[in-house]
Design a protein around this ligand. Sequence first.
Ligand code: 13P
Ligand code: SF4
Length: 305
Amino acid sequence: MLTDLQKEIIDLKDEKNAIILAHNYQPKEIQEVADFLGDSLELCIKASEIDDKDLVVFCGVDFMAETAFILNPDKKILIPDKDAECPMAHMLSSYEVKEAKEKHPDAAVVLYVNSLAEAKAEADILCTSANALKVVESLKEDKILFGPDNNLGKFVARQTDKEIILIPEGGHCYVHKMFHKGDIAFAKEKYPNAQIIVHPECDIEVQDFADAVLSTGGMISYVKESSDNEFIIGTEVDLITRLKREIPEKKSYPLLDEAICKTMKLHSLEKVKNSLVNEEYPISVPEDIAKKSLKAVQRMIDVSK
Ligand code: 13P
Ligand code: SF4
């Protein structure tokens, strides 16, 4: 049952002709008021299809809301807590991308959507964890500059003949770095019948011990479609919240209870209400950067559809 605050948010949404987009890592109370829940690619595609809405409240991290703005520069895109940043996105500057391009002029630049708008403006195309291999394979170049997540880059590199050059050295997600192969051995002992599913931001040796390596949206489809009943999930803990809400008949366990993305958790129902009432906090990207990065965002959407 919804709380009074949740009902208020739903009424405000109608009043303001707003939509709440939320990432799969949002907590239960936010998942319950969201109009659309998804992984980065699903959210990006959804953000490209919201012409009928005046306001977007984005419950996710900065790069996701920025991408929604790039796709909708005339709309108000709001983020409930303005400190909700993805540390990985801040690991690669546009300067570093330009420098890498000068060093490898024959390479195409594929940037993970978890990157700053200024860096996206230097990319040929973006990718997410759901489509990285497909994006790389869609390019004519045999040499690819790939960043900022080194693990996603390595995940792609082992499935393609193209040369993948990782930028920057050491780009990573601190949440997915928490998992070690020992955690998998421990979880397998505890739940011997469970399948292990991990995110491609995990270290390669963790990926090697998994039954499947998937984006968060891919994990949801996998659990839905599998004939198995138990799953160990190697990503942020609130993905389990969505799995339990949507597929309650199957059991899923976190690979680590501590795998929490702190900035994803900065949003709250009170802050979502504040966003709707006071139209805070607006996301914006300078016009020239937004225009340049739109090409890379749109190209990714076109390749993915
Ligand atoms: P997904 O696109 O798979 O949801 O991943 C986003 C993310 O930030 C993972 O940490
Ligand atoms: Fe960024 Fe990692 Fe949080 Fe995803 S889980 S938003 S990559 S810090």
